[in-house]
Write a protein that binds this ligand. Structure first.
Ligand code: IMP
Length: 447
């Protein structure tokens, strides 16, 4: 049986906490897309773990698989594994032989392409994610399985480096460093390959997972980022380069679509919006210079933005930069519920909104005289949408007694949750009322 966890908004919905919570009942936790752009925080036994590539379930001793739909930076992989080991854990991590490898030249190109794009820049994480997926689609990528064969690696590198070096020097006019030196890369990546082999980490992902499921294993598929930054269904071009939706799960693991579809698909919803990156955001409160478009954001609402940002700790973990915040966007959620086929919802960070006199949501959009209940297909149209809001009574700060279940929540907070559930015709499985593992009210365990 599988349970797929998907972000329903723009990433950072708190998927890690839900994966950690439900992951108890899973034998295997799998990532199916993305790479080390997916910063997630897991709090376990009072310890905080920050991971960006390794599936968060490994913190609890579950086998973690990085599927073929992912792009893997071996340096990050080993750093994360080593850090977990230093902290007394024994992470069991398997890597798909078909997953693509991020090379240093991808990271260099990510930076210079972003600079060159100006207004079209997505505000990427700079980890080389996009250029690696570009090479994958351009059939010049190098996969984990290729690292293990020295002749294949040498041959593939020759072509991939010559292509990317020409791009860097002839198109962007940069002076290439060792990131574009095929011999240096060969030696370094053969070193990574030896470690992958010695530790028996490389698997044929689809077969590995199918055989475990046939033997009765339960599998959790952990989506990274969110639906609105899916390469196909998101706000292109301000998106990441993979299918973050449940659609990505079969392609990115080698499991059959029916296997995923027969299981549960849980949408993770943050009780408000937060955004790292550029592009329009119709329900945005206040502004973040450098990210909010010139005509975007509600300048009058900067105090509310600051309140939510402070209560929710909405500042970049590495940079400390404020994140963009906004009211919950229901057309975005309706789009996500349809595209993913959610069977349940986990609503996080409900505590962050406590203390506000009133809480608004973007209930619908108006565009060219029409009312829309879902996102329009182009980002230019989305940017022109004005928001039809709905106002709810706020709820006071509360001291959640999680064991008392749903009833522990203030009545106004329950009204807000019930509205979300009804609008999306999807039951609520869990409500996050704080960052810790014990601060989630569980109404339903999908396993
Ligand atoms: P990339 O994935 O680094 O190529 O970045 C592409 C877009 O996705 C940018 O707007 C990033 O800010 C956004 N993004 C990537 N990963 C995350 C994430 O884990 N949370 C939120 N946004 C993300």
């Amino acid at each position: 049986m599988t349970v797929t966890i998907v972000g329903s908004q723009l990433g950072d919905e708190g998927k890690g906490g839900i994966v950690d919570l439900y992951g108890d009942s899973a034998d295997i936790v799998v990532r199916y897309q993305g790479g080390d752009n997916a910063g997630h925080t897991v709090v376990h036994d009072g310890e905080t773990y920050k991971l960006s590539l390794v599936p968060s379930g490994v913190v609890r001793g579950t086998t973690g698989v990085i599927g073929n739909g992912c792009v893997i930076n071996p340096e990050t992989l080993f750093e994360e594994i080593d850090t977990l080991r230093e902290r007394g854990l024994e992470p069991d991590v398997r890597i798909a032989a078909r997953a693509h490898v991020i090379f240093p030249y991808h990271r260099v190109l990510d930076g210079i392409e972003e600079e060159a794009k100006d207004d079209l820049a997505a505000g990427t994480t700079g980890r080389g994610i996009g250029p690696t997926y570009e090479d994958k689609a351009g059939r010049r990528g190098i996969r984990v399985g290729d690292l293990l064969d020295s002749d294949v690696l040498r041959k593939r590198l020759e072509y991939a480096v010559s292509h990317n070096r020409a791009l860097a020097t002839e198109v962007y006019g940069i002076d290439p460093g060792e990131e574009f030196d095929a011999e240096h890369l060969y030696e370094t990546y053969r070193g990574f390959a030896r470690r992958l082999e010695n530790e028996g980490m490389v698997v044929n992902c689809g077969e590995f997972l199918s055989s475990k499921i046939d033997a009765g294993a339960t599998v959790m598929l952990e989506g990274a980022q969110g639906t609105a930054i899916d390469i196909d269904h998101g706000i292109y071009p301000y998106v990441t380069s993979s299918n973050t939706t449940a659609t990505g799960a079969p392609a990115g693991t080698g499991l059959a679509p029916a296997t995923i579809g027969d299981g549960e698909i849980v949408g993770i919803v943050k009780a408000y919006l937060s955004r790292v990156g550029t592009g329009p955001l119709p329900t945005e409160l206040g502004r973040v210079e450098g990210q909010t478009p010139a005509d975007g954001g509600d300048r009058e609402a900067s105090d509310t933005a600051t309140y939510i940002r402070d209560e929710g700790g909405e500042y970049g973990t590495v940079t400390g930069r404020p994140r963009r915040v906004g009211w919950l966007d229901m057309p975005m959620l309706r789009h996500a519920a349809r595209a993913n086929g959610f069977t349940g919802l986990a609503v996080n960070h409900l505590d962050v909104l406590a203390g506000l006199e009133e809480v608004q949501v973007g209930h619908a959009y108006e565009l060219d005289g029409e009312t829309l209940h879902s996102m329009p297909p182009t980002t230019e149209q989305w940017g022109r949408c004005s928001v039809v809001t709905k106002t709810f009574d706020g709820w006071p700060e509360f001291d959640p007694v999680v064991e008392n279940g749903y009833e522990t929540l203030p009545a106004a907070a329950r009204t807000y949750l019930e509205y979300i559930s009804e609008e999306l015709s999807t039951p609520i499985y869990a409500v996050g009322v704080g960052p810790g593992r014990t601060e989630t009210i569980v109404l339903e365990d999908p396993f």
